[in-house]
Design a protein around this ligand. Structure first.
Ligand code: HEM
Length: 456
């Protein structure tokens, strides 16, 4: 929709008044994005009690800083997250807490420095080329699958120097089936007091865990047999992981931990980035003029010219469009913590066990922080370096010491893949029906539209 020259993508209606609990609770499980009232995008704090769990929603940078930085030791991932993510991520970084988390983060940090990510650019270019080969000869595409395969190619190459062959492409199917099925939160997850409670009802998660673990073990075995990345001095991420030592203690990760770090990086690395690419493509199909402007900057500095991360500075509009996509459709729409002890957050007293909800989806559309919050306006990020760390109301990658370790990886990958696509195709939508965001552990489209892809 275009309003007074602004491109405003379709959105769920915002209720004039908060919904009564009997309506919002079931709707929350179906799709939380449908429950919000105007007040949700105006308030700084909101307290609620759902299924016996006290919650505090925070849209205030001071409160966010308290939970994510200054008092972070009082806040841990709630049980529901371990229940949903453990089958995929095991004992890897995402679910680790306390001293174990600190040790793992120290060990993984060198894999994601700007220099290490810069070295991965050829992998992202090759994933982009493989995507173009797959699209070759087509005049239409459904981008959910296209981007899933492409981001899986990118992360498999970066981690293991392996492309996604047919068996590994099964990973996307497995991950998607999990997100759509066994990995969806249920009421039992919401009321469970421990990670294993009501285990009888979740046999599908155990089966997924053993299939996924086997798949990751197989990929590591294939990679070891194949000999790794001879072409790059640093090797791939698995090389770095195998050599990783805790800089403070000299300790090496166990083989289970290496397997689960690979599972964590694979899962965290392809689902989120593929959703970012989907929504960016959708927004640029709604805004063909911006799409043309971005294409012009890519034509002036073609994808093949990119040899290091700094070269991406030639594509400022593309970067801003991706940032604006992360604002409107943050792939991780909720960052949740549970308080270990009673606390006071910027004057709001909470008791131990309270869940603190920080929602990039709400924060990024908050009426107090953004001009025309529902419009697609990439220029709002012009000239702002790393806004995901420099702006306290823009948190697509989380905040504080637990900020996404793969943020730089994702941004470089997304720029190269989207540039590859736009340099060869003009993209538009086949129909005018709205595509709306739905939450399935990530922000996904409610349908998988066909796009027209016109070869340039
Ligand atoms: C657009 C893409 C991505 C988005 C939007 C995203 C978002 C996030 C967010 C919001 C968090 C913090 C969650 C919390 O504090 O509860 C996070 C953590 C994490 N992300 Fe990402 N991520 C993306 C891509 C990646 C990639 C490419 C990787 C790895 C290759 C990755 C690996 C991780 C890991 C391991 C953590 C846990 C960090 C820790 O707890 O110390 N992510 N991500």
């Amino acid at each position: 929709m275009t309003t007074a020259g602004l491109v405003v993508p379709p959105a769920h209606p915002v209720h004039a008044k908060p919904l009564p609990k009997w309506r919002w609770l079931p709707q929350f499980f179906a799709n939380p994005f449908t429950i919000y009232a105007e007040e949700s995008f105006q308030a700084l704090y909101g307290q609620a009690d759902a299924l016996g769990v006290k919650t505090l929603s925070i849209n205030d940078p001071i409160g966010i800083d308290h939970v994510m930085r200054s008092h972070m030791t009082n806040y841990v991932r709630p049980v529901v997250q371990s229940r949903l993510f453990r089958p995929v991520m095991g004992i890897g970084l995402f679910l680790a807490e306390g001293e174990v988390w600190r040790r793992q983060r120290r060990m993984l940090a060198p894999l994601f420095t700007p220099a290490a990510v810069s070295d991965l650019t050829p992998h992202f270019q090759s994933a982009g080329d493989m995507m173009l080969n797959r699209l070759s000869g087509s005049t239409r595409a459904q981008f959910t699958d296209v981007f899933h395969r492409t981001t899986l190619d990118a992360v498999l190459k970066a981690l293991f120097s392996l492309p996604a062959d047919e068996s590994r492409a099964g990973m996307t199917v497995m991950a998607r089936t999990y997100l759509e099925g066994a990995g969806r939160p249920t009421v039992l997850d919401a009321i469970a007091k421990t990670e294993t409670q009501f285990g009888w009802a979740f046999g599908a998660r155990k089966r997924f865990r053993s299939g996924w673990t086997k798949m990751v073990d197989d990929v590591i075995a294939t990679r070891k047999a194949h000999g790794g990345d001879q072409a790059h001095a640093r090797g791939d991420l698995l090389d770095l992981l195998l050599k990783a030592r805790d800089p403070q203690t000299g300790e090496a990760p166990s083989s289970d931990e290496i397997r689960d770090q690979c599972g964590t990086l694979l899962a965290a690395g392809f689902e989120t980035t593929s959703r970012l690419l989907f929504w960016a493509t959708y927004l640029l199909a709604l805004d063909p003029a911006e799409q043309d402007r971005i294409r012009a900057e890519i034509q002036a500095f073609p994808v093949t010219n990119i040899t290091r991360m700094d070269d991406l500075a030639h594509w400022p509009r593309l970067r801003n469009a991706l940032l604006e996509t992360l604002r409107l459709y943050p792939p991780v729409a909720y960052v949740v913590r549970k308080a270990i002890n009673d606390d006071v957050i910027a004057g709001h007293a909470i008791t131990a066990g309270t869940e603190v909800w920080i929602s990039p989806y709400i924060l990024h559309r908050h009426r107090k922080y953004w001009e025309n919050p529902t419009a697609f306006m990439p220029d709002r990020f012009a000239g702002i370096a790393s806004p995901w760390t420099s702006m306290d109301t823009f948190l697509p990658f989380g905040a504080g010491p637990r900020i996404c370790i793969g943020a730089g990886f994702a941004m470089v990958e997304a720029q190269i893949v989207l540039a590859s696509l736009l340099s060869k195709y003009r993209i538009s939508l086949e129909d005018n029906k709205p595509v709306l965001p739905t939450f399935r552990l990530a922000t996904v489209p409610d349908r998988d539209p066909y796009f027209k892809i016109e070869r340039l």
